[in-house]
Structures are given as structure tokens and as C-alpha cells.
Design a protein around this ligand. Structure first.
Ligand SMILES: Cc1cc2nc3c(=O)[nH]c(=O)nc-3n(C[C@H](O)[C@H](O)[C@H](O)COP(=O)(O)OP(=O)(O)OC[C@H]3O[C@@H](n4cnc5c(N)ncnc54)[C@H](O)[C@@H]3O)c2cc1C
Length: 274
């Protein structure tokens, strides 16, 4: 079942990437990191196909925010890219997904790996008070440090960069909580940037751990928890790395030390990442 929600704002980051905010349906509950189906109302006898979208807002937000690609000849995004404030988008009533806190066993460090629009669920998790814990609010401390790692081809695709590098730390309530605990780690593969390379290569070479000031060159199954969201090849490659480092895949019914968005993973052999 879908409900019609009003578009409150749209931001175009590049010609192929945009984010938008919708009114939150009454009684709509979700866990940070989950996705929901979206669609557009029928127009001129045409009804696009519904598509899955990670919710980028944290679970307590008043609005629902999303980040979208414009897929070439994409059924939905060919039309969705033109939405404007006041338009309506259909929102499914059953958010779901495995990229949630409850799929992980307790740990000290949370690594969030996203490529392209795969940053979407991390914007939700990284803004969720429950990711950190808050003694004043009686919320148990969860992770000491959160490392949000975003891999893209071109620097202009580093959406929310200013927010993650600066603005989030000035936010009332959340700012002091994430200060010194949320670490943003962007990398670009196809043009010069302060950091270059695929996230998978940065992990296997140990560079990522050195860059983050961690005293080791691979994941520590005792203290590290990993969440993965990217293209199918990236998910495969990341999963292989996690298993090689001694991590165990989790799910909501059986928490583990890493999770990958199952809906993105198929069973074909893994080509090179990115
Ligand atoms: C669990 C889940 C969560 C998702 N969350 C998001 C999200 O938060 N934001 C988002 O933009 N998309 C997300 N997607 C993909 C999304 O469902 C659609 O595929 C996308 O919006 C394009 O829809 P479309 O109908 O225009 O094109 P489609 O017909 O669905 O896709 C056309 C082609 O575009 C490519 N493509 C589709 N989506 C992407 C993408 N995100 N990045 C790179 N290439 C892509 C694929 O090669 C695909 O074959 C998610 C998919 C799943 C399964």
C-alpha cells in the first residue's frame, strides 16, 4: 500500500544526483538504515514502476529524505528527477532492510561503506542518536566511533560532503554527540582528490586504517562492525574482505559483525569493484 506525500524540497547535486524531502506519512515507523518503495502518481495514463529507496533521514525526523540517481532511461527516475515542491510522491507503507543496528552485535567502531548512492542509508545511521548513545537521554552508549566511508568516481558526487565535514557538528543536539566520534572518509577514483582509490583497495592495502589513525591494518572482529551498501560487485568484494578479516555476516534474526544490503547482492561471480 502507498500513501501520497508532498514534496517539501529538492536539491540537485549534479545532473545525475538529487535529493528530496517528503512529508512523513502519519504513523510511519522505520529503523534508521531501512529502505522503502517509492513511486509517482499515474499521469497521462502512465504509471512508473515502484523502486526501492533508502531513507536518508534518521528515524526521529519529521520529514522523509531520499537521495536518488538519475538512471539513463530509468523507468522511475526519468520522471522523478523533475519533481518540485508541492508535487506528490507515493511512499510504500512497509520499510524494511538489513542495514540496521539490530543486525550487529555490540562493538566499539562502526564502519559504514557506501559507493555512489550507497551513502544513503549511512546518512540515516550517522544521524541516529542510537548509533552513539546519549546518557542524558538514558540511551545506552553504542559505538565509540563511526567511520563513514564514501567512494565515488568524481569529487562532485561526494554529496553531503560539507554537511558531513562541518555542518553536522554545529547541529543542535546531534553536534556535540558526534563531535570527535563521527569521521568522514571520502575517496575518489577517476580524478585527482585529497584521497584516491577504491575503498576495497584502501582497506586491503591497510591505507584506510592508517589514514583513520587506527593502530592496525585490517578489521578487528572484536571491536569493529561493518555495514556495506554499494553496487553488486562492490558488495561482493567488500563481503569477501570482511570474511577474510574474520567478520561474520549478520541479519536481524541473527546479529553478526558485518551486514550487507542483501537486495543489492546477486549470486554471479564478483568482477572488480567500482
Ligand atoms: C534495497 C535497495 C535500496 C535502494 N536505494 C536507492 C537509493 O537510496 N537511491 C537510489 O538512487 N537508488 C536506490 N536503489 C535503486 C533504485 O531502486 C532504482 O533502481 C533507481 O532509483 C533507478 O530507478 P529507475 O526505474 O529510474 O531505473 P531502473 O530501471 O531501476 O535502473 C536502470 C539502471 O540504472 C542503474 N541504477 C539503478 N539505480 C542505481 C543506483 N542507485 N546507482 C547506480 N546505478 C543505478 C542500473 O544499472 C539499472 O539497471 C535501491 C535499490 C535497492 C534494491
Amino acid at each position: 500500500m502507498f500513501t501520497s506525500q508532498e514534496v517539501l524540497g529538492v536539491r540537485h547535486w549534479t545532473p545525475d544526483l538529487f535529493s528530496f524531502a517528503l512529508t512523513r506519512p502519519a504513523g510511519f515507523k522505520f529503523q534508521s538504515g531501512q529502505f522503502v518503495m517509492l513511486n509517482l502518481p499515474e499521469r497521462d495514463g502512465h504509471q512508473p514502476k515502484p523502486r526501492a529507496y533508502s531513507i536518508t533521514s534518521p528515524d526521529y525526523a519529521e520529514e522523509l529524505e531520499f537521495l536518488s540517481i538519475v538512471a539513463p532511461d530509468g523507468q522511475l527516475t526519468t520522471h522523478l528527477q523533475h519533481i518540485q515542491p508541492g508535487d506528490h510522491v507515493l511512499v510504500g507503507s512497509k520499510p524494511t532492510g538489513s542495514l540496521v543496528h539490530s543486525a550487529l552485535t555490540p562493538g566499539r567502531n562502526l564502519f559504514l561503506f557506501g559507493t555512489g548512492t550507497g551513502i544513503a542509508p549511512w546518512l540515516s545511521i550517522a544521524r541516529d542518536i542510537h548509533t552513539y548513545g546519549d546518557e542524558d537521554l538514558g540511551i545506552e552508549r553504542k559505538f565509540d566511533h563511526v567511520y563513514l566511508c564514501h567512494g565515488v568516481r568524481h569529487a562532485c558526487e561526494l554529496v553531503y560532503r560539507d554537511y558531513l565535514e562541518r555542518d553536522i557538528f554545529a547541529e543542535e543536539g546531534l553536534g556535540p554527540l558526534v563531535q570527535g566520534r563521527l569521521h568522514y572518509y571520502p575517496s575518489v577514483t577517476r580524478e585527482a582528490f585529497v584521497r584516491n582509490g577504491r575503498l576495497t583497495d584502501l582497506i586491503t592495502s591497510g591505507q584506510l586504517f592508517r589514514d583513520l589513525g587506527l593502530d592496525r591494518t585490517q578489521f578487528d572482529p572484536e571491536s569493529d562492525r561493518v555495514m556495506i551498501c554499494g553496487s553488486v560487485p562492490v558488495n561482493h568484494a567488500m563481503k569477501d574482505i570482511c570474511v577474510a578479516h574474520g567478520l561474520r555476516e549478520g541479519a536481524t534474526h541473527r546479529p553478526g559483525t558485518f551486514v550487507v544490503e542483501r537486495a543489492f547482492v546477486d549470486h554471479s561471480p564478483a568482477p572488480a569493484a567500482n
